[in-house]
Design a protein around this ligand. Structure first.
Ligand code: SF4
Length: 220
């Protein structure tokens, strides 16, 4: 494996007013409850959950809140979050410091459950309405962590959509090396559902995680 160079960077400052206004609009959003574009309306009150600030240099892009996070209002406030923080090599204090880490799921609200009890996919409306606007206000982000297929499809485009999560994560180094000004690292979901995948793909621990942790350490 080639060695990966980690270069320190400067953080410019920006006006935060426009981002604050946008986040207020997101927190007030009821589109999927009152005026859905796709499928049935939410059967519960929307509760958009995201963590963000203009100064954040790392962005965690997840799927959508589950039931537990919907109740607590805190992203990754579950066993998946414990494993994700372990992958990143940081504790809760660092993870929930919005001045350093943004957490922006593909759907901000809990989408509801399927009849079998699994989570529905993130609401399509959410990315359509908010995503491009939101990322236009995050000029300091230098590392995007793309967790799961929905995040990878939106942030990496058609190729990721065609080949699926497994193949996309296997190609993490090519994706990571593509743009030194905005590093992107595709990750599997840190849930127990992926325990077998993690056991089979030992390179994830030995190759990917050290690069991920070095970047997180550099940017915090
Ligand atoms: S999921 Fe997104 S678009 Fe739908 S109600 Fe929540 S914030 Fe609005």
């Amino acid at each position: 494996m080639p060695r990966t160079t980690i270069v320190p960077i400067e953080t410019p400052s920006f006006d935060t007013g426009a981002l604050d206004a946008l986040v207020r609009s997101i927190r007030a959003c009821r589109v999927c409850r009152d005026n859905p574009r796709y499928g049935k309306p939410l059967t519960h009150e929307p509760r958009p959950i995201l963590q963000i600030s203009k100064t954040a240099r790392i962005c965690v892009v997840g799927q959508a809140p589950g039931t537990r996070v919907h109740k607590s209002g805190r992203p990754f406030d579950d066993p998946s979050g414990v494993r994700l923080r372990q992958w990143l090599g940081i504790d809760e204090t660092e993870f929930y410091d919005s001045s350093k880490i943004a957490i922006i799921p593909m759907g901000f609200c809990f989408p509801g459950l399927r009849p079998d009890g699994s989570d529905l996919p993130p609401r399509r409306e959410c990315a359509e309405i908010w995503r491009a606007k939101l990322f236009a206000h995050l000029p300091n982000v230098k590392l995007r962590l793309l967790i799961g297929g929905y995040a990878q499809r939106w942030h990496l485009g058609e190729k990721a959509a065609r080949q699926g999560v497994n193949r996309t994560v296997q190609q993490w180094r090519d994706i990571y090396e593509e743009d030194p000004s905005l590093r992107r690292i595709p990750l599997p979901h840190p849930s127990w559902h992926n325990n077998k995948w993690l056991e089979r793909n030992t390179w994830f621990d030995t190759d990917l995680l050290p690069v991920l942790r070095a970047n997180v350490c550099r940017l915090l």
